[in-house]
Design a protein around this ligand. Sequence first.
Ligand code: ADP
Ligand code: MG
Length: 384
Amino acid sequence: MAVVKLDQICKRYGGSGPVAVDHVDVTIGDGEFMVLLGPSGCGKSTTLRMIAGLETISSGTLSIDGRVVNDVAAKDRDIAMVFQSYALYPHMTVADNLAFGLRRRNIDRAEIARRVQDAAGILGLTPLLDRKPHALSGGQRQRVALGRAMVREPMVFLFDEPLSNLDAALRVNTRNELIKQHGRLGSTMIYVTHDQVEAMTMGTRICVMNGGKVAQIGAPLEVYWQPADTFVARFLGSPPMNLLTVRPDGAGRIATDHVSASLERWAPALLASLAGKEATLGVRAEDLHLRADGLGLSPGRICGRVFAVEPLGAETLLAVEIEGGQEWTARLPRDTRADVGQSVDLFFPAEATYLFDAASGKAMKPMETAGVADLRRREAGLVH
Ligand code: ADP
Ligand code: MG
């Protein structure tokens, strides 16, 4: 059992430096796989290192299973951390690498042997126990690094970008491996990454960070479908969500030469308050289509000039410039043909529109009648 609770945690390096972590509030449930996601410098590693006890906490309360651990030494927190650079001891065998930390803790030999065998069995390292690190592949080394954390049988595992040194294929393998191990061990895991695909595929929940603050916490698809602000909308999603400054009328209609849309997802009172003011319209790349049929009664339309066509094999990305200079990207079927310089109309269903406050970037909450989640379910044939 291990619930990790961060309550208004702050970190200022050097006591008076800039705030690296700013009032972070998050509770990681027992057995949860929580991903801390955000761009470089947003405070992910600092947060993780405070949980590990490798960095002091400037203010706020950190507790594990209800016990405040702010002042508990790293070695007494029952936490194991796996880093990006997993330095194994090159002159030691896999078995010795796995056992090393336990020997230093004076755990008895039979117990060490049991734990090493268990971890090796789970991680598929049993046939490799006598090898030295140089005779292992990158993925096998990563498994040894994970095994070293596992043999400690910690309450909580922490990972700081453990896959970022691996090549693409190995990263996918190791990612799947970690998901499997999490399922098997059922331990609480906190995983730092700047890679949104890792976050989406591995996390039971994602905590998106921006500038030291929590931008949003939620299940992967919840964060993807209901981003709290334009930062989250663009950080999750590749290509990022398309955005455009618009001025809807009081009835939620947008009508200019290059864009028309009807904002049906928002309450009339909210739309009335926006009349003639700037707001930010958002549409995801996969919700843009070259034809309007099948997109519901009042699809939106945006017109732009093609400046790049990227056939990726499984799909084709079309990058268009909207009047005013904004660039949008559409994710279209693989057989899409278009010429650079050509003018195209792109259509989107009313349910797939997002609206953000122009100044703060915060999402405007739609009425819950129809939303992107409903749209997806309908597309998947789950609801008729
Ligand atoms: P991330 O892991 O998300 O890339 P970090 O937690 O490493 O971000 O860094 C957050 C902020 O704290 C950055 O502005 C970084 O420059 C600063 N920082 C990190 N470590 C130190 C340190 N040891 N001393 C001073 N500033 C630091
Ligand atoms: Mg980092």
